[in-house]
Design a protein around this ligand. Structure first.
Ligand code: DX5
Length: 223
């Protein structure tokens, strides 16, 4: 079974020590990071935007994801690409001009394309487009805040997503986001997830980000 990839979400980081924390997470084994972009409309919270993607681009050479929890994401795809995102994730629920248009636009910008699904959105909404995706992000909380509780019914959805991708696009990654910690990660790994966005359990980990990432990798593998 392939190794779990931990994708620290900077929403939970200490912005006064961001580069230091990113480097610590990398030492722990983080191979990618996520910038959780929130507009206060699609989700009931406002976080940050392109400037922080640009700052993260300077802080790490690893794969950089921009998770756009915003309405009408098409308006900003070029700016997030220019800021340095390698992989841009739009929400199926927010792709106002049509999800296919957003995915093709991201690819025309030379970036990997991901789609995020809120917990109650069924996987079959991806039926027509699943072959075009580089990543599917199955939200395991309702997006908007860090530190929430993992929603248990999403495990069934992860298994459904795994089955769909095994049959139609085995190269596409399954990522999950929200409430991922040393207790919840193993069940999600067994359900088929391989990329784990984690904020609180990395940057809020008592032993620091390096140990937080290491402990999540071990927990995912059942060690
Ligand atoms: C969406 C946010 C959070 C964050 C991770 O709500 O994007 O999911 O990344 O939150 P934790 O790991 O603290 O639950």
């Amino acid at each position: 079974m392939s190794t779990a990839q931990i994708c620290p979400s900077i929403l939970a980081a200490d912005f006064l020590k961001l580069q230091e924390q990113v480097q610590a997470a990398e030492r722990g084994g983080a191979l990618r990071f996520q910038v959780d972009v929130m507009d206060g409309v699609f989700v009931p919270n406002i976080s940050f935007g392109m400037p922080l993607v640009a700052a993260m681009r300077r802080a790490t050479n690893t794969l950089l994801e921009a998770h756009l929890m915003i309405v009408q994401p098409d308006r900003y795809l070029e700016e997030f690409a220019r800021a340095g995102a390698d992989l841009i994730i739009v929400h199926q629920e927010a792709a106002a001009y049509g999800l296919d248009r957003s995915i093709q636009h991201i690819k025309q910008l030379g970036k990997k394309a991901g789609v995020a699904l809120c917990p109650a959105t069924p996987v079959h909404v991806l039926d027509e487009i699943v072959e075009d995706l580089d990543l599917v992000l199955v939200m395991t909380v309702n997006p908007g805040f860090g530190g929430q509780k993992f929603i248990g019914y999403t495990l069934r959805k992860i298994r459904q997503m795994r089955e769909m991708l095994d049959a139609r696009n085995p190269q596409c990654e399954i990522e999950i986001d929200g409430g991922v910690d040393q207790q919840t990660i193993r069940a999600a790994y067994e359900a088929g997830a391989r990329v784990f966005v984690a904020g609180t359990s990395v940057f809020g980990y008592a032993g620091g980000p390096e140990a937080g990432v290491q402990s999540l990798i071990e927990a995912a593998q059942g060690m």
